[in-house]
Design a protein around this ligand. Structure first.
Ligand code: PAF
Length: 224
């Protein structure tokens, strides 16, 4: 039984899309109040260019939030999140953060994300916080520091939202050229046999991975 005024929280960096809306819908079903935050967190970008070109559309975000039934939008500015002299960070062991995405973006990406998510959770104090399974490693890291720090919140991971052709929905995709969008459509298909094999209990997917990588290379895609 949830407390009467249960708060569900959806943390975002804005540029809201159907993936975020699916998190809002999941929260809406479970809570009296849904809070959504919009903050493009400078501390989790390893590349300054990626930060400055991250898509931002405040008016559209607010309209979408309103339409989808969000009750409160929390939109702090940088000084509010990182007051002068800010000297604290949440750091997670390397075995979770310098592999997979961390191997490419650097461990500081996950530390920056963990620091801001901790601050947001402490500020909003939700009963549950909703994250997309799209960012699988992020969900693993969030569950870890929430447990380790004893933060009183339930972490809910929601299924990845996809376009009709199977491509994951992502804020950054607005930067694709038409050609890049066409190439990206090749990404989901080679993943399917890997998922099927893992679900059937396979633990060594290296052969399937190499085959999938070859398909993507043929489409002109490099894998990080
Ligand atoms: O997934 C995101 O959009 C961000 O990493 C998050 C959780 C909002 C923290 O900045």
């Amino acid at each position: 039984m949830l407390p009467a005024a249960s708060v569900g929280f959806v943390p975002t960096m804005g540029a809201l899309h159907d993936g975020h809306m699916s998190l809002v819908r999941a929260a809406r079903e479970q809570h009296d109040t849904v809070v959504l935050s919009i903050f493009v967190n400078p501390k989790q970008f390893n590349d300054g260019q990626d930060f400055s070109s991250y898509p931002r559309d405040e008016a559209q975000d607010l309209a979408l939030a309103r339409e989808s039934g969000v009750d409160v939008v929390f939109m702090p500015d940088s000084d509010e999140m990182y007051p002068a002299g800010f000297a604290t960070s949440v750091s997670i062991d390397a075995h979770l953060t310098n592999v997979l995405e961390g191997a490419v973006r650097g461990q500081s990406h996950f530390s920056g994300m963990a620091t801001v998510v901790t601050k947001l959770l402490v500020t909003v104090q939700p009963e549950a916080a909703y994250f997309g399974a799209k960012d699988f490693q992020q969900v693993v890291v969030v569950r870890r520091f929430v447990t380790d720090l004893g933060l009183p919140v339930r972490i809910v991971s929601c299924p990845t939202a996809r376009e009709p052709d199977g491509l994951v929905i992502s804020s950054r995709k607005v930067r694709f050229s038409a050609e890049q969008r066409r190439q990206a459509a090749a990404i989901p298909a080679p993943l399917t046999p890997i998922v099927t094999a893992v679900e059937a209990g396979e633990t060594d997917t290296s052969v399937l991975f190499e085959a999938g990588a070859a398909v993507l290379h043929q489409q002109g895609l490099d894998i990080e």
